[in-house]
Write a protein that binds this ligand. Structure first.
Ligand SMILES: [Zn+2]
Length: 344
């Protein structure tokens, strides 16, 4: 009889206790290792991310912003900061999946700069992780400015921004387990640019990829015009010994080479060899994909695209979203070989 009791006890242990023990062990492991949403080499498919997916692992940090509106340092929860960036960096009318991709890009840029995670902070404002200046860290606008920008669309737009940030809550892009250096811009010329052509660093996740659907952007093609005199003056202001004059522009300007993406690499202006990225800044051009036309006493510069071309094109992201792609696919397309994971 006692033997039967032993067998029953053994069965109870095997059937009831063992499985729950195994579940307990594995769920404990699950709670310490957050799941990346995608990894390099995974299928390019749309992966739905629920707000709750990373919530258990995400301990939201505080970021210190230098706010150019209040001219003060303002500590705030990271996600609140990302909402202010998204409101400033992308039209709220863009597709939800494009907004979500932009939210991840903005969050990644912020985390990489944060001193608490080993970043340099904002180098213009002591004590700040980031500042609200678009040309230095990334654009950020307070609620008061959002109300001004959006008028009677404020409630609707604020909700869209809140949703895009909430549905990507805590997620950043990493490479070798570090937040990537994020670049994005408005509109490409149909292809993205290699980071080495624009910035000094050749980053492995910035290779040239196609970026269709850019033609819809209002500034996709724009022409800049200068009188020959003005053009020569601007150049001589930087390089007095170029030999350039209002009378010799046509024979003095020569594009030396274009990059693989079709943008100008370097050009000769008079006797001066200049990088297209510097030339773009000098004349306030939309992009480095440009060509020249000469008519009478004027020079015309036709540009394609708007921005440096490295990383995600916002117009391209919106086009992908309109074509039914999710934000994970958008990010994987523009940032090659990165991982999307919760910031720990
Ligand atoms: Zn800054």
């Amino acid at each position: 009889m006692k033997r039967w009791i032993d067998v029953i006890i053994l069965i109870v242990v095997m059937v009831l206790i063992l499985p729950s023990l195994i579940v307990a062990i594995f769920s404990k492991r699950d709670s310490t290792v957050p799941p990346p949403i995608f990894q390099p080499g995974e299928e390019e498919e749309s992966i739905k991310v629920k707000e709750s997916d990373g919530a258990a692992y995400y301990d939201e940090p505080t970021i210190t912003l230098y706010n150019h509106y209040s001219k003060a340092l303002e500590p705030m929860p990271l996600e609140e900061y990302v909402e202010g960036v998204l409101a400033a960096e992308m039209p709220a009318s863009f597709e939800m999946e494009a907004l979500k991709a932009q939210a991840v890009a903005a969050r990644t840029l912020a985390v990489r700069k944060m001193k608490a995670s080993g970043g340099s902070g904002c180098t213009n404002h002591k004590g700040a992780d980031v500042c609200s200046q678009y040309s230095h860290c990334q654009a950020w606008i307070p609620k008061s400015q959002q109300e001004k920008n959006w008028g009677n669309k404020y409630e609707e737009n604020a909700q869209r921004i809140h949703r895009a940030v909430g549905e990507t809550r805590g997620y950043i892009m990493t490479y070798n387990d570090k937040p990537i250096e994020v670049f994005f811009y408005s509109t490409s010329n149909g292809k993205t640019e290699d980071s080495a052509e624009v910035f000094s660093a050749a980053l492995p996740y910035y290779t040239i990829v196609d970026s269709p659907g850019e033609e819809s952007a209002p500034r996709f093609r724009e022409t800049f015009s200068f009188t020959n005199k003005k053009f020569a003056e601007i150049f001589k202001g930087k390089s007095p010994k170029s030999g350039l004059s209002a009378g010799n522009l046509k024979e003095s300007i020569k594009i030396l080479n274009r990059t693989e993406s079709g943008r100008v690499g370097t050009l000769m202006v008079g006797d001066i060899k200049i990088k297209a990225t510097d030339f773009r800044v000098m004349y306030g051009l939309n992009s480095t994909d440009f060509s020249f036309r000469y008519e009478g006493d004027k020079i015309y510069i036709d540009t394609v695209g708007y921005g440096h071309g490295v990383g995600m094109s916002q117009t391209g992201a919106n086009a992908m979203a309109l074509a039914g792609k999710g934000f994970t696919e958008i990010l994987k397309h523009y940032y090659r070989g990165v991982k999307l994971q919760i910031f720990l």
